[in-house]
Design a protein around this ligand. Structure first.
Ligand code: ATP
Ligand code: MG
Length: 249
């Protein structure tokens, strides 16, 4: 596809000194798409993101990726609780594009402020990051990813721990970011949420399925994705994925 921003073919990835934990991953991410990445705990969602970022060397397959990929990592919301401001955190996004000796310029600060405005936090730039709500912190981390001006964004379980209003705000933000022509990969445990997005990628150590939600989110695929983790609702035809432990401790 000509408008693919990211193309992955036959990718295998894992950690040094061990067999790959993730195999046979093939999909493309196009502008305007929110792609739900579904899989059980330990299924390889974070490993996939690390491979896409170039942090892990692929053991097989090919990766066509843009020069910059923005990321909102799984664990950082609680780790960044030392006294820095929301603007400081957004500014970190400029650091990866700077030589180490250069301090953020006025233009960098303007970009960071603009990114905070883009996530609806223009008036919170000077707030202490650790004192903000979980939903606000998550949006600051999205702002930090936006500062890098990357066409592809990876968000690793960004909804964990958010209340309903914060979830709604993040939903709207991610929809806007996709509409503006980015591709978003969003790791989530929420199958119902995935139904509202453009594509779904199901992984459980290997790729189970990739496609439009109405094609992918069948009972068969969900069983292959979640296996024993899936629970059948008594008397019903519906399956649910039980609440997952997160890594926020
Ligand atoms: N740094 C590491 N070194 C070695 N193995 C790892 C490392 N990180 C993860 N793994 C292994 O890789 C596999 C996939 O883990 P990964 O964290 O990618 O899963 P996940 O889908 O993100 O899970 P979760 O939903 O719990 O976040 C697991 O078997 C895990 O033990
Ligand atoms: Mg993970």
């Amino acid at each position: 596809m000509s408008d693919a921003l990211l193309t992955v073919s036959g990718l295998a990835a894992g950690y040094p000194g061990a067999p790959p934990v993730l195999r046979e991953i093939s999909f493309a991410a196009r502008a305007g798409e929110r792609i739900a990445v579904l899989g059980p705990n330990g299924g390889g969602k974070t490993t996939l993101f690390r491979a896409l970022l170039g942090e892990l060397t692929p053991a097989a397959g090919t990766l066509e990726r843009p020069a910059r990929i923005g990321v909102v990592p799984q664990t950082e919301r609680s780790r960044l609780d030392f006294p820095v401001s929301a603007l400081d955190v957004a500014l970190m996004g400029t650091l990866s594009t700077l030589p180490w000796w250069r301090r953020p310029s006025r233009a960098d600060r303007a970009r960071a402020r603009q990114a905070l405005a883009d996530v609806g936090l223009a008036d919170r730039a000077d707030a202490t990051f650790g004192d903000m709500s979980g939903g606000q912190r998550q949006r600051v981390l999205v702002a930090r990813a936006l500062v890098q001006d990357a066409p592809v964004l990876l968000l690793d379980e960004p909804y964990v721990g958010l209340d309903t209003p914060s979830t709604g705000l993040l939903d709207g933000l991610l929809r806007d970011l996709a509409t503006q022509g980015r591709a978003l990969l969003i790791a989530t445990h929420d199958v119902e949420q995935a139904r509202g997005w453009e594509r779904v990628l199901c992984i459980n150590k290997h790729q189970v399925a990739f496609g439009a939600p109405e094609e992918v989110l069948t009972r068969e695929v969900l069983e292959a994705t979640y296996g024993a983790e899936m629970v059948e609702v008594a008397g019903g035809d519906r399956c649910v994925i039980p609440a997952h432990h997160d890594h926020e401790h």
